[in-house]
Design a protein. Structure first.
Length: 211
């Protein structure tokens, strides 16, 4: 009886170890949404596990390792990072030829774009990012313009120079930017604002009761 209890205890410990290892691995193989654009109310970037229902993805959501991601509008896109590596980013875009569906495992096999963020220490700013703000996350389409240049769609990890402006096009959509000292600022649209003013902490909104 004692021998049986001993082996039962060992089996239980092994089972917990295996379960813990699988959980850790699943966490490492998940994707976190850091940027998202859906052009119309009909467009929904979603995920599902197996034959389950499609779940609409929001910025900050974690997509399970065993899920597949679907985009049903050609102009829509999503940017995702491996949940354990914010410096690598994958982008999935819609297609004119029909719905796009990709498994998380297949996305992770692709070649990510590499981005970097300020490494601030002891309250000091990272000199590589002075007079810049880095895009940490965004919801909807935002455009960055520098003087004399055409605007470009903002992506996760973009380092925006102080000389430019950011246009948040849609109402109640947001962008979060990181300063050289590691502090972040979330701006709500619709609004066009100077990156220089954002770095300086100046009031970006016309009305004092705005966020």
């Amino acid at each position: 009886m004692k021998e049986a209890r001993r082996w039962g205890t060992v089996f239980g410990v092994v089972l917990l170890f295996v379960a813990g290892s699988c959980f850790a691995q699943a966490g490492a193989n998940t994707l976190t949404c850091v940027g998202l654009y859906s052009e119309t109310a009909a467009g929904q970037v979603s995920y599902r596990v197996g034959s389950g229902s499609w779940v609409v993805i929001g910025v900050g959501d974690v997509v399970p390792a065993n899920a597949e991601i679907g985009i049903n509008v050609a102009q829509d896109w999503i940017e995702l990072t491996p949940s354990n590596n914010p410096n690598a980013v994958f982008r999935i875009s819609g297609s004119d030829s029909g719905n796009v569906v990709q498994k998380v495992a297949d996305v992770l096999k692709g070649q990510p774009r590499t981005v970097s963020f300020p490494q601030a220490a002891n309250g000091q700013s990272d000199p590589k990012f002075l007079n810049k703000m880095v895009v940490v996350k965004y919801n909807s389409r935002h455009v960055y313009r520098q003087p004399g240049q055409r605007g470009k769609d903002i992506q996760y990890g973009d380092a925006l120079d102080a000389s430019g402006t950011v246009s948040i096009i849609a109402i109640n959509t947001t962008i979060t930017l990181m300063k050289a000292d590691g502090k972040t600022l979330t701006v709500v649209g619709p609004l066009t604002f100077s990156v220089k003013k954002a770095i300086a902490g100046e009031q970006l909104y016309k009305y004092l009761n705005a966020p």
